[in-house]
Design a protein around this ligand. Structure first.
Ligand SMILES: Nc1ncnc2c1ncn2[C@@H]1O[C@H](COP(=O)(O)OP(=O)(O)OP(=O)(O)O)[C@@H](O)[C@H]1O
Ligand SMILES: Nc1nc2c(ncn2[C@@H]2O[C@H](COP(=O)(O)O)[C@@H](O)[C@H]2O)c(=O)[nH]1
Length: 170
């Protein structure tokens, strides 16, 4: 696996490994590293994942090596991960900032998931149930933003990342 991260402004976004099958248009190494169950098992056994979790019936994990290299170089790293993974990262890296991105309402989330047209009904139901569980853990996070207008939410996130970087440098 050729480990990669994407540059996002001044920060770096980690590409996760997953056992989920690619959706139409998803590219291996760009959206995720799409791996088999055996390959994921090997990454766990070799301690090559900073965190990992079973999310909506598949496994997802953050490759440790590139994240640690970027942090050692003084870069900011963004992980787009579920609540189980976020709490594992906080244990291992107490200075990590946890940002919860929440939908404007459960109805909006459901209509967005349906609108994507990539999940079967049973998977949409599972994602909705898990969203309730995740929302219940929102107070564990450092801050939360409502993802109503995408650009506004992205701007709020970028401003928080920049503010966190300034506080770290002080
Ligand atoms: N602000 C927004 N406005 C309109 N559509 C959005 C917005 N944010 C996300 N979407 C769309 O909603 C759908 C679900 O996105 P989301 O990232 O929440 O899904 P997910 O990755 O399945 O969920 P999760 O990360 O919580 O498991 C996608 O099709 C996405 O493009
Ligand atoms: N714990 C982790 N969760 C991750 C990781 N990469 C993604 N995710 C989360 O999985 C769900 C579903 O993603 P999808 O692409 O199938 O819609 C979502 O909540 C992601 O945040 C990871 O490396 N670790």
């Amino acid at each position: 696996m050729n480990l990669a991260m994407h540059r996002v402004g001044d920060a770096w976004l980690s590409v996760s490994a997953t056992t989920r099958k690619p959706r139409k248009g998803e590219v291996d190494g760009q959206h995720y590293f799409f791996v088999s169950n055996d390959e994921f098992d090997a990454m766990v056994e070799q301690d090559r994942l900073l965190e990992w979790a079973q999310v909506h019936a598949n496994r997802y994990g953050t490759p440790r090596e590139t994240v640690e290299q970027h942090i050692a170089a003084g870069n900011q790293v963004i992980l787009e991960i579920d609540v189980q993974g976020a709490l594992q990262v906080r244990e291992k890296m107490p200075s990590a900032k946890l940002v919860f991105i929440e939908p404007p309402s459960m109805d909006v989330l459901e209509s967005r998931l349906r609108g994507r047209g990539t999940e079967a009904e049973d998977v949409i139901a599972l994602r909705m149930k898990n969203a309730e569980t995740e929302l219940a853990l929102k107070n564990e996070y450092d801050i939360s933003f409502i993802n109503d207008d995408l650009d506004e939410c992205a701007d709020a996130l970028v401003a928080y990342i920049e503010q966190s970087a300034e506080e770290k440098d002080e």
